[in-house]
Design a protein around this ligand. Structure first.
Ligand SMILES: Cc1cc2nc3c(=O)[nH]c(=O)nc-3n(C[C@H](O)[C@H](O)[C@H](O)COP(=O)(O)OP(=O)(O)OC[C@H]3O[C@@H](n4cnc5c(N)ncnc54)[C@H](O)[C@@H]3O)c2cc1C
Length: 328
């Protein structure tokens, strides 16, 4: 059960990469920290959506898988033993007259002097195929997450989507699958130039501009009917697995109930990562400011800013150290 009596200095809501690093950093700054995560495991999108994908843009690693990065972050976090609440979702934040907050969670209430919101895309669910299919095909023929790459080994796989992730998945799967198709309804891909270039030099067969019209099960395979856009032309494709990457629908409605000012479903923050409510900060994918890029690296930079600002507000009499060697 959650601790209802203890008053924490900082409660971080969301145990994705950014929330984990913020909890570690706040622990290093000797704050009394609590980290609350709604899923049973830490790691957020990195652990849930792409544990086996390589990440190439985290400082210090020329390439690291989502699972490895999560493991490193958790190892670092345990150095300061913050209070960890897994499988616990924060439902409401109620400011108190003394400036502290009571958080209502799915496992009871808890008290804190400051809050750092690191909920990423909120409760996220994949955007589904807009085609009728037997729900039993999900996780068998149709996948929305490529969690275990091995299930695609030596299979004929179609990836549907035109963004970075779809291209990355197609390129990753190319290494282990028998054949990979990439289906996109536009001629142009929205992915990074380097990924699109890599795609051109790969064995991935590109099917553009096509949209999936219907799915049928035939001899333990999936037959796709593809409609060519702005045409009556159709193509058939028989595959073992379909990996749909149409992005994610995030549910950030809860943030409105928390009284936070939103900008396009993200929390508007200042340069100090401060929200409109004193002592509530927001970092990572959920934070919005001019020039924001939704990357792990940006979130890692935002965490020390929020922690330092919050601790300065809570303990103005204390000089806040800057370099880790002067704290450890
Ligand atoms: C397929 C894919 C590939 C990507 N590749 C890269 C890449 O190569 N490089 C890169 O830098 N970025 C990449 N990203 C983006 C990166 O994953 C995000 O920028 C990063 O995960 C943001 O971290 P976060 O901690 O802010 O949020 P998240 O990772 O979304 O974590 C937020 C956590 O908060 C929890 N939560 C939500 N609501 C509540 C609540 N009410 N109470 C308690 N907990 C809550 C969620 O369960 C979740 O665990 C990729 C994203 C995707 C989808």
């Amino acid at each position: 059960m959650i601790d209802s009596n203890h008053l924490f200095d900082i409660t971080i809501i969301g145990g994705g990469p950014v929330g984990i690093f913020a909890a570690y950093y706040a622990g290093m700054r000797k704050a009394d920290v609590q980290l609350i995560e709604s899923l049973p495991e830490l790691g957020g999108q990195v652990a849930t959506l792409y544990p086996e994908k390589q990440i190439y843009d985290v400082a210090g690693f020329s390439g690291i898988s989502g699972a490895q990065l999560t493991e490193h972050l958790i190892n670092q976090l345990t150095l300061f033993q913050p209070t960890l609440q897994l499988s616990t979702a924060v439902k409401r934040i109620t400011p108190q007259v003394d400036g502290t907050f009571v958080l209502e969670t799915t496992k009871g209430t808890t008290k804190t002097k400051g809050v750092i919101v690191a909920v990423g895309n909120g409760a996220f669910t994949p955007r589904k195929l807009a085609v009728d299919y037997d729900p039993a095909w999900e996780n068998h023929y149709i996948h929305y997450f490529a969690k275990e790459l091995n299930q695609f080994k030596d299979q004929t796989v179609a990836v549907a989507g035109g963004g970075d992730s779809a291209i990355e998945w197609a390129l990753m799967l190319e290494k282990i699958a028998k054949q990979v198709y990439l289906i996109h309804r536009r001629d142009q891909f929205r992915g990074l130039e380097s990924s699109v270039e890599a795609l051109k030099h790969s064995t991935v067969q590109i099917k553009t501009p096509f949209l999936i019209d219907s799915l049928t099960e035939i001899n333990q395979q999936l037959a796709l009917t593809l409609n060519k856009m702005r045409s009556t032309e159709q193509e058939q494709l028989t595959i073992d697995k379909l990996l749909v990457n149409y992005g994610f629908i995030s549910d950030t409605r809860i943030l409105r109930d928390w009284g936070l000012t939103l900008e396009h479903h993200q929390v508007a923050v200042t340069q100090q990562m401060a929200t409109n409510i004193p002592n509530i900060y927001a970092i990572g994918d959920i934070a919005s400011y001019p020039g924001k890029v939704k990357l792990i690296a940006s979130g890692f930079g935002e965490a020390p800013i929020a922690v330092t600002e919050l601790l300065t507000n809570l303990y103005p009499e204390k000089r806040q150290p800057l370099h880790s060697t002067s704290i450890m």
